[in-house]
Ligand binder design. Sequence first.
Ligand code: HEM
Length: 121
Amino acid sequence: MENPTLYERLGGRESIAAVVDSFYGRVLDDDRLAHFFEGTDMQRQRAHQTQFLSSIAGGPVEYTGGDMESVHADLDISSGEFDAIATHLDRTLREFDVDDTAREDVVDAFYGYEDAIVTAA
Ligand code: HEM
């Protein structure tokens, strides 16, 4: 494929959904992070994260959730917690043998939202 989008380099919607599934498995196994998701419908969360990642990777997918700043506004997320989430994403992409450039591009795209999401001093 000539000039594939990041979405295509990640293997499209099915692969991204599988990555998101495994990613939230890791997040919920992490005591630093699991408490944030106690009241969260994880099926909806996985669906929205799959849409979100697909759309920021240039895929033909509409994200139907809330904007990053509003949905995280009351969560009091620190930069250490943000890094912990990003590290889980990175490890998941390694587990799925995503190539290094695509993996780095996704993690960089995540970091593009850090300022909107991190609100703890
Ligand atoms: C770039 C990093 C992140 C992205 C792209 C992201 C993405 C998302 C998305 C798409 C949703 C769903 C919104 C909706 O359903 O309307 C969401 C909700 C949520 N995020 Fe994040 N998130 C990120 C970082 C974090 C971090 C670092 C934490 C906690 C440490 C976190 C905790 C949550 C929680 C608890 C919810 C659910 C809120 C609820 O129950 O409605 N997120 N996030």
